[in-house]
Design a binder for this molecule. Structure first.
Ligand code: MF3
Ligand code: CO
Length: 259
């Protein structure tokens, strides 16, 4: 069941988006060589709770932390751990909130110190592919228009699109219909309606598109162990142009955050 949201519901999703966006920036201030991903999880959980929200990942299908911290060849769902970030790594920080009965969910991939040129390009292209997808999140279009835009852009740089995971509707549940794949055909898939709230989240690999699930049942790795990037924003579908409910501005306008 895909249902457009009321303006009241959209406002609550926007409040979640604000907390999530600010939490991502707070984590970003702590990303540096020498820091463990467990420390980043503590920063996020504390910040979320200090803002009156609850980390919605914690306990989701048994997930053990407030954030996913996916380093280098981990595409998504990396557990925060004692791994010490080092210069040249990338780390995707995916996190969400439950606040006033609604959900937030966004992700940003941070460079750790200086990264090589190919990695820099992977980060830039993945983020730009997300904005290409958002441009298609207009009433009357279909999920395949979003996927097609993301895929066409990312593949034009020689990168590949992970097929096994996708974006999703969001509301009182973190994951709602429709699924929002990062590949597809124009004019195919679920129709987008004015007021529909969705998360668009390209997962793009530097090498092959194949992935495998780690033995812990969560972490998804690239098959060739090359790096993967992941960016996610929550948007509301509108008639002329999608409106973002979360933003990377708190990260990118902060002179103290390396992005
Ligand atoms: N943030 C992921 C998504 O974008 C979901 C995280 S799964 C969890 O859909 F178990 F960690 F919550
Ligand atoms: Co999501």
């Amino acid at each position: 069941m895909v249902k457009p949201r009321t303006e009241e519901e959209i406002e609550l999703l926007r409040e979640n988006g604000e907390i999530v966006s600010k939490t991502l920036a707070e984590v970003g201030r702590h990303v540096a060589p020498g820091v463990t991903t467990k420390e980043l999880d503590r920063v996020a959980e504390t910040f979320i709770r200090d803002h009156g929200a609850v980390p919605n990942f914690l306990g989701y299908d048994g997930y053990p932390a407030a954030i996913c911290a996916s380093v280098n060849d981990v595409v998504v769902h990396g557990f925060p751990s004692d791994y010490v970030l080092k210069e040249g790594d990338i780390v995707s920080i995916d996190l969400g909130t439950l606040y006033k009965g609604y959900n937030g969910d966004s992700c940003y991939t941070f460079p750790v110190g200086e990264v090589d040129a190919e990695t820099r390009k992977l980060l830039d292209v993945t983020k730009a592919s997300l904005y290409k997808g958002i441009e298609q999140a207009v009433a009357g279009k279909r999920t395949g228009d979003i996927g097609h835009a993301v895929q066409t852009y990312a593949e034009s740089f020689g990168f590949s699109v992970v097929r096994e995971l996708e974006g999703h509707g969001i509301g009182t549940d973190m994951h709602e219909e429709p699924g929002v794949p990062n590949y597809g055909r124009q004019g195919h898939g679920a129709r987008l309606l004015d007021g529909m709230t969705i998360c668009i989240e390209p997962m793009i690999n530097a090498g092959v598109r194949g992935v495998y699930l780690a033995r812990n049942g969560w972490a998804v790795h690239t098959a060739d162990h090359k790096k993967a990037a992941h960016f996610e924003l929550t948007v509301v579908v509108r008639r002329d142009k999608a409106e973002q409910l979360s933003t990377f501005d708190y990260i990118e306008k902060d002179p103290d955050i390396k992005f």
